[in-house]
Design a protein around this ligand. Structure first.
Ligand code: SAM
Length: 450
């Protein structure tokens, strides 16, 4: 997965000329021969083939390709991985129906549209759905420019939108910034609707973290202190100007999507598949880890501004998140195991840390339910590309990739290729000395439903 990129870095990195350079279209990449070579090597040795996706798909890390840098998001997938599979006809014939059940900010969906496929996704985090929608729906630039003009000309401090109290607004924003953000959001909502409103709200959200007093180096908000806070307050940009810059960059990015591009509406939960809805020819996904990422917490400032949490409770959203960490003591006792999956590991850590053991156990249960829905959604002969690393729980390696592979094998899928890639940029994994830890290798398992 790729490190997150803040809007500041993003602005510095992206020159106007670069944004307007024609996109190196995925149609030009055809990895048929490379896919065959890797598969021959895997069949020969029957063990994961070492690869480096940054070499296979020679695009620099954090490249400003189409809409990928529209908005920061924790633990984004390295775009080289979906790009490779979506351009390999063995798993992605023309006009495939591509689905990502844990789509996050939409990396797979964007690449699917660029490669000329159809795209659909699901995510439990409402901010992820907003970002993914904004990144995958083409809107003519002239419409966005007009809306931007209206939003800016009707931006009048004093008119305000309410902040929903999922976190304390006054703790995270200075009075001036809060008043300006509130007036800006009011103007956006007065002047935009439909896809344009989604686009503008996602641009607004992309500015929020930088305009708060939280540490810009961390994905989860942590308030700056002392000299660092003073320096940050001195460098706080003007809200209106900062937003305008973000919109300008994102309009140029959106121009790089194919004109008819629009991902299907996004679903809420990877565990639910209503049998009647469309099946997928290719599913590419990087699922969450047990206790290793705080997707809802890291989105909390935007969730507050945009009012995305039901009942103004982050907990309500967290409860739908696979891999979550919050459980009451009463719940620990109810641990049971998914058909013996990971039982040795869970038994070892249960005595020393029942909460961590429970987190891992619930994770396996919920991933098992998601695997059911994913397998049912996959069309016959369709492929699933699972991108997953191993993480640490209580200082011990938790073999997530092997456990998830086992779960999908039990659902009747067949492995047709296994790759392993070293990853160096893990900027946003939550680092905890004892309980969670970074993941050094990314396993890519390709299954087929036969
Ligand atoms: C590793 S991230 C995916 C990142 C994504 N590939 C990207 O590039 O932005 C895992 C995602 O799973 C989502 N998630 C957690 N529980 C879920 C559930 N029950 N249904 C759908 N998505 C869920 C999280 O909100 C998070 O966005």
């Amino acid at each position: 997965m790729d490190a997150d990129v803040s809007l500041d870095t993003n602005l510095a990195r992206t020159s106007r000329a670069e944004l307007h350079r024609p996109l190196r279209d995925a149609v030009r990449w055809n990895f048929r021969a490379e896919f065959d070579r890797l598969q021959t090597s895997w069949r020969h040795r029957r063990e994961p083939v070492e690869v480096n996706f940054r070499h296979i798909v020679p695009l620099g890390s954090g490249v400003d390709r189409a809409t990928h840098l529209f908005h920061p998001y924790p633990a984004k997938l390295l775009l080289n991985i979906p790009l490779f599979f979506l351009s390999s006809p063995q798993v992605a014939p023309k006009n495939s129906r591509v689905f990502d059940p844990f789509c996050g900010s939409g990396t797979v969906l964007v690449e699917a549209l660029l490669a000329g496929h159809r795209a659909a996704g699901a995510d439990a985090n409402p901010l992820a759905r907003l970002i993914a929608q904004a990144k995958t729906c083409h809107i003519p630039s002239f419409k966005l420019w007009q809306s931007l003009q209206s939003v800016l000309s009707e931006f009048h401090p004093g008119r305000s939108s309410e902040f929903s109290p999922v976190v304390k607004q006054e703790f995270w924003f200075t009075e001036r910034v809060a008043a300006d953000l509130s007036a800006l959001l009011y103007s956006i909502r007065q002047n935009c609707d439909g896809h344009t409103l989604v686009f503008m709200e996602a641009c607004f959200s992309s500015c929020v973290k930088r305009l708060s007093v939280s540490d810009p180096r961390l994905s989860v908000p942590v308030r700056l202190k002392g000299d660092a806070l003073e320096a940050h307050l001195q460098s706080l940009p003007d809200v209106r100007t900062f937003f305008e810059k973000a919109v300008r960059l994102n309009i140029a990015r959106l121009e790089k999507l194919p004109e008819q591009a629009c991902a299907a509406s996004l679903e809420f939960d990877a565990r639910h598949y209503a049998g009647g809805s469309e099946q997928a020819d290719l599913i590419i996904t990087s699922p969450p880890y047990a206790g290793a990422q705080k997707y809802i917490r890291s989105s909390s400032l935007s969730i507050g501004w945009l009012g995305l949490a039901p009942d103004n409770q982050l907990r309500t959203l967290e409860r739908q998140n696979i891999g979550r960490e919050h459980f009451s003591k009463l719940e620990y006792g109810s641990s049971s195991n998914v058909q013996d999956l990971g039982s040795d590991f869970l038994a070892t850590i249960r005595s020393e840390n029942p909460l961590r053991s429970h987190i891992a156990d619930v994770y396996l249960h919920e991933m098992n339910a998601a695997a059911d829905a994913i397998t049912r959604r996959l069309a016959n002969s369709g492929h699933l590309v699972l991108v997953v690393g191993d993480n640490m729980i209580c200082g011990r390696p938790f073999p997530t990739s092997a456990l998830l592979k086992k779960i999908f094998l039990r659902k009747g899928l067949t492995v047709i290729l296994e790759l392993v890639d070293d990853i160096r940029s893990r900027g946003l994994m939550t680092k905890r000395n004892k309980t969670a830890g970074t993941i050094e290798r990314e396993h890519v398992v390709v299954f087929q439903k036969v």
